[in-house]
Design a protein around this ligand. Structure first.
Ligand code: CUA
Length: 275
C-alpha cells in the first residue's frame, strides 16, 4: 500500500525544518565574539540563519523533486493541465511568511534593545537622534549606567574621539592627549566613542565586535561597546568613500587592563599622577 501524499509532504517538511535548525545552530559563519554585545547579536543571527536554511532546503528540495517527478515523458507533446489558483494554498503561503516576518521583526527589536540601541550611551550603538542630542551631556563625564551592562560599573567609560578622513581613522584619547592610528582598548571597560568625519561619510566597522556605525561630517555619532577578548581585530571602513576606500583599514588592539595601562602611560602626553 502506497504512503499517503500528505504524510510524505509533512515528513519532508519536518526534515527540512530539522536540517535547517541543525545547520543554523551548528554551522558558524561568524568571526570570534570579542565584545559584550557580540553574543546577543549572534543569537539573532543563528535564528535568522536557521529560518533561511529551512527555506533554502525546503525550496531546493521541492525544485529537485519537481524536476524529477514532473519531467516530460518522451513522446508527450500535450499541454500541461490548466490550473486556476487554489485559495487555501494562497492563504497558506501568505499566512506563513506573515507570521515569520512578524516574529523576526519583534525579535530583532528585542535584540536591538538588549544591545542598547534604544539607549546607545548606556550600552551599544545607534543612529538614535536622542543620542546625538544628549551626547554632549554624557561626553561631559556624566556616564549613564546600564543595568544590562556586565562591565564593572565602578570603572568610568573610556572616552575616545574618532576622526575619519579619506582614507584613515585617527583616535584621540582626551585622558592622555594621545593621538593614534591604531585603536587600543582594555577588556571589561566600556568605551564611548564620539566619531566625526573631516570630509565624506565613512563607516566604522569591527566584525569581531558586531558593530558598525556611520561617521558623518558635521554631525558626530556615538558608538559605545565593551571589549571582552584580547586580540588584534580589523577596523574596516564600510562606506564607499573614494578611490582608496578599500584600503581604509586600521586595527583595534584589545588588551588586558594592565597591558593597556602600559601602552597608555608610554604614550600619554599628560604626566601620570601617582596616587
Ligand atoms: Cu572611508 Cu570607505
Amino acid at each position: 500500500m502506497p504512503v499517503p501524499k500528505t504524510i510524505l509532504a509533512i515528513f519532508s517538511g519536518a526534515i527540512a525544518v530539522a536540517a535547517g535548525i541543525w545547520i543554523g545552530q551548528n554551522v558558524n559563519l561568524l568571526p570570534i565574539e570579542a565584545s559584550e554585545n557580540a553574543p546577543v547579536y549572534d543569537e539573532l543571527f543563528r535564528v535568522l540563519f536557521s529560518i533561511g536554511t529551512v527555506l533554502f532546503v525546503g525550496i531546493l528540495g521541492l525544485v529537485v523533486f519537481s524536476l524529477i517527478k514532473f519531467r516530460r515523458k518522451s513522446g508527450d507533446s500535450e499541454d500541461g493541465i490548466p490550473l486556476e489558483g487554489n485559495l487555501s494554498l494562497e492563504i497558506f503561503w501568505t499566512a506563513v511568511p506573515a507570521v515569520v516576518i512578524l516574529f523576526v521583526g519583534i525579535y530583532s527589536y528585542d535584540i536591538y534593545d538588549r544591545m542598547g540601541g534604544m539607549n546607545p550611551l548606556a550600552h551599544g550603538a545607534s543612529h538614535d537622534h536622542q543620542a546625538i542630542a544628549t551626547q554632549e551631556r554624557v561626553w561631559g563625564g556624566i556616564g549613564s549606567g546600564s543595568i544590562s551592562d556586565k562591565a564593572d560599573s565602578t570603572i568610568s567609560p573610556l572616552p575616545i574621539e574618532v576622526t575619519a578622513m579619506q582614507f584613515a581613522f585617527l583616535f584621540h584619547y582626551p585622558e592622555g592627549d594621545i593621538i593614534s592610528g591604531e585603536l587600543h582598548v582594555p577588556t571589561g571597560r566600556r568605551v564611548n566613542m564620539r566619531m566625526e568625519s573631516k570630509d565624506v561619510i565613512h563607516a566604522f566597522w569591527v566584525p569581531e565586535f558586531r558593530l558598525k556605525q556611520d561617521v558623518i561630517p558635521g554631525q558626530p555619532t556615538i558608538l559605545s561597546f565593551t571589549p571582552t577578548k584580547p586580540g588584534r581585530y580589523p577596523i574596516i571602513c564600510a562606506e564607499l568613500c573614494g578611490p582608496y576606500h578599500g584600503g581604509m583599514r586600521s586595527t583595534v588592539v584589545v588588551e588586558k587592563p594592565s597591558e593597556y595601562e602600559d601602552w597608555f602611560n608610554k604614550n600619554s602626553k599628560i604626566p601620570v599622577l601617582e596616587t
